[in-house]
Design a binder for this molecule. Structure first.
Ligand code: GDP
Ligand code: MG
Length: 715
């Protein structure tokens, strides 16, 4: 008995569908109508191998929206009748436009084979299509055909049968539409999956996309759902949110997403022997993703971002510093002199949390600049440019997006690796992500750069740290890929959405979303961390002093100078004898070969495990305690004057740089560790990450410091 098989032919008008249909079925055809509409339905049969195949010629369409009756008929046939295979006839000489329909079949999750028809024309036009790569990127079998000459027709049938028999081993892909839209799709899907009957019939993701697109047919279906109210409320919220951010209908954003996907696919798989460029985006891309210019342009733009951030935030930081000082003095006067509460509030909270808050303007401005690059569509290009480099280390550009996000904060960045389906790729990306310099390290850099480098160097030094982080990440990824997670990189599509002018609202929302994480952190974990550090550095409250200061001070009453000298000595001895002092002293020798053998910074680095900003918070607390004299100096000045036990200056530019390198690379913060645990679902990887990053940090800082000294830097 012959096995039965139904194949539906889909494709744009004039792609050669009818020609393929005729080549397949010959004279065995009949013409009818689709039920209820006057759209012609051509069907035919053929026997091939041990199959009896029924072929249906769907109406020619460019898309699968609900705007035209042809599209609705084609879509309903595919969804309701569930043919065994859909063959999408694509005009290979007009690939980008024709693949638009293919992306929608991919979204429907239907069994799909793509025929690159008119491949003779494509060749004559100088197009070279890398079929295997294209097939891997789309996740569908692809066959070159010339329907008019019957070329490739049997292969097409062979592929269809292989697909039905489950012999095709390709991973299906879909358009991602970017973080913002993705999130809304997920929210809508969450309401949709409550309606089990609906979900049995239609893929939830497809429904969600269609609802965002305001598809009238799907909306009609949803009206019958018992969960209609909930679903439509979610859709309305999402539509409003996306409109606010993009200043455009979600429908257009989604269409752009598909074109971006296709554009990315074609940039990787199609070579033209001569160029035809149409759109403005294409023209800009000719420069921005150019093989030679792409990388220098990316680096140049990043450098500008840091330059801008530093310059623009300078006056703002000054104001916040002044505010912090004013508040500290005010509270010091109000609270009882010499009490623990005065010390906690003034030194621990205003000194510690305040030092961290000084950097709020910088963080917000950096996020603002990054949002401009992201919302304009440039970041996607940066990922595309990096993709080529990433391939060399066995990863792909998709991994670069979480890395770029890591510049903001490693937590969302690590979570963003969920878009990477290959487990090995994902683990590598997670493990190297903490090297991407997040916003929390910025206060540390700013403090030390401000104190030890000339203003005109500031942007460049900062930039060099970010680049160092990227280089270390790339190097480690390569090592991991080679020894820990062997195997080829999975194919991925780098989407190239069209450029758009960012909306002010979108920029502000993005800046706020990321910046507020920092503020929230300052109010919670950093607050707690600073209180902890304050406690450690103030207790025991009354240590055993080497001299009886009380008596000595009483004896010298009246001699202001000697009294203040004694008070200073006492404060310092108290700090040295505190828990923090002892802890810092114990671990300080580890840092000796790195140039910062000092117990205060050791305590800071220890606190940095809670959150990297706490390095600054701790120094703020420790210095405001140690500073018992009237003339309060800023933390920056205090660091400039910090001395070693032999009286020489502790810091110089080389030591400061070595320290920043260490802070950049060492142990990810507690929250990152927790997220790595959650995302890898095991304790093995977070523990591994904590240790190997710290080892890498030590080694790199060692090389920087000792290398610098070798070349006579750092005096
Ligand atoms: P449909 O609108 O998709 O049904 O397209 P048709 O099958 O009617 O084909 C449109 C035109 O393209 C016809 O003139 C075909 O002869 C021609 N055609 C179809 N396939 C090929 C092909 O592979 N190569 C070339 N050069 N022409 C083709
Ligand atoms: Mg036709």
């Amino acid at each position: 008995m012959a096995k039965k098989l139904t194949i539906a032919l889909a494709g744009n008008p004039n792609s050669g569908k009818t020609t393929v249909f005729n080549a397949l079925t010959g004279a065995h055809q009949h013409v009818g109508n689709y039920p209820g509409v006057t759209v012609e339905k051509k069907e035919g049969t053929l026997k091939y191998r041990d199959y009896e195949i029924n072929v249906v010629d769907l109406p020619g369409t460019y898309s699968l929206t609900a705007y035209s009756i042809d599209e609705i008929v084609a879509r309903n046939f595919v969804v309701e009748e569930k043919p065994d295979v859909i063959i999408d006839i694509v005009d290979a000489s007009n690939l980008e436009r024709n693949l638009y329909l293919a992306t929608q079949f991919m979204e429907l999750g239907v069994p799909l084979v793509i025929a690159l028809n008119m491949s003779d024309l494509a060749e004559r036009q100088g197009l070279k299509i890398d079929r295997d790569n294209l097939s891997a990127l789309l996740g569908t079998p692809i066959v070159f055909t010339v329907a008019t000459k019957r070329k490739g027709i049997n292969e097409l049938l062979d592929e269809a049968i292989r697909l039905v028999e489950g012999k095709v081993k390709l991973r299906r892909t879909t358009v991602s539409y970017g973080k913002e839209v993705q999130e809304e799709i997920r929210k809508i899907e969450e309401t949709l999956i409550k309606d089990k009957r609906l979900i049995e019939k239609y893929p939830s993701r497809w429904l969600a996309v269609k609802l965002l697109e305001n598809d009238s047919e799907v909306t009609k279906r949803i009206k019958e759902s018992p969960y209609f109210d909930e679903i439509s409320a979610a859709v309305e919220r999402s539509v409003a949110h996306l409109k606010g951010i993009f200043g455009d209908e979600p429908e257009n954003i989604i269409a752009e997403g598909r074109y971006g996907f296709i554009s990315g696919v074609c940039s990787e798989t199609v070579r033209r022997t001569y160029e035809i460029h149409h759109t403005i985006s294409d023209r800009i891309d000719k420069v921005l993703i150019n093989r030679i210019l792409g990388l220098p342009i990316f680096l140049g733009l990043m450098w500008l971002v840091f330059k801008f951030t530093f310059k623009a935030s300078e006056p703002l930081v000054g104001w916040v510093e002044a505010l912090q000082e004013w508040l500290g003095n005010l509270l010091e006067g109000i609270l009882p002199e010499g009490s623990a509460i005065q010390s906690l509030v003034v030194d621990g909270i205003v000194g510690g949390v305040g030092s961290v808050l000084t950097f709020v303007p910088i963080i917000f401005l950096l996020f603002l600049a990054m949002s401009v690059l992201e919302d304009s569509g440039y970041m996607a290009r940066a990922a595309f440019v990096m993709d080529r480099l990433m391939h060399k280390i066995g990863l792909h550009g998709r991994s670069f997006i979480p890395m770029l996000l890591g510049f903001g904060c490693n937590l969302p960045a690590i979570m963003a690796t969920r878009t990477i389906e290959d487990r090995r790729d994902r683990l590598v990306t997670i493990l190297v992500n903490p090297f991407m310099s997040c916003g929390a390290r910025l206060p540390v850099y700013t403090l030390f750069i401000g104190a030890f480098f000339a203003e005109r160097m500031a942007g460049t030094i900062l930039f060099s740290l970010y680049i160092l982080g990227i280089l270390v990440a790339i190097l480690m990824a390569k090592i991991f890929r080679k020894y820990l997670f062997k195997g080829p990189a999975a194919p991925f599509v780098m989407e190239l959405p069209p450029y758009r002018l960012p909306t002010l609202k979108g920029l502000l929302i993005h800046m706020w979303e990321r910046g507020s994480v920092y503020l929230k952190k300052a109010g919670t974990i950093i607050f707690a961390g600073c209180v902890l550090v304050w406690f450690l550095s103030n207790f025991p409250w009354n240590p055993k002093y080497s001299k009886d200061y009380e008596v000595l001070i009483k004896q010298t009453e009246g001699n202001e100078e000697v009294v203040s000298q004694l008070e200073n000595e006492r404060a310092f001895e108290k700090l040295e004898k505190s828990y923090a002092g002892r802890l810092g002293r114990t671990i300080a020798p580890i840092f000796k070969p790195l140039g910062f053998n000092d117990w205060k910074i050791s305590v800071g680095l220890f606190g940095g495990f809670i959150a990297k900003e706490i390095v600054v918070g701790t120094l703020g607390t420790l210095h405001s305690i140690g500073e018992a004299d009237e003339e309060s100096e800023t933390l920056r000045q205090a660091l400039q004057n910090e001395k070693r036990s032999d009286g020489s200056k502790l810091y110089n530019p080389l030591v400061a740089f070595s320290l920043m390198v260490f802070v950049l690379l060492y142990i990810p913060c507690v929250a990152s560790i927790a997220v790595i645990k959650r995302e890898t679902n095991s304790w093995k990887w977070p523990i591994f990450a904590a240790f190997y990053t710290t080892a890498v940090a030590w080694i790199v800082a060692f090389i920087v410091y000792q290398g610098g000294r070798f070349f006579g830097l750092g005096g």
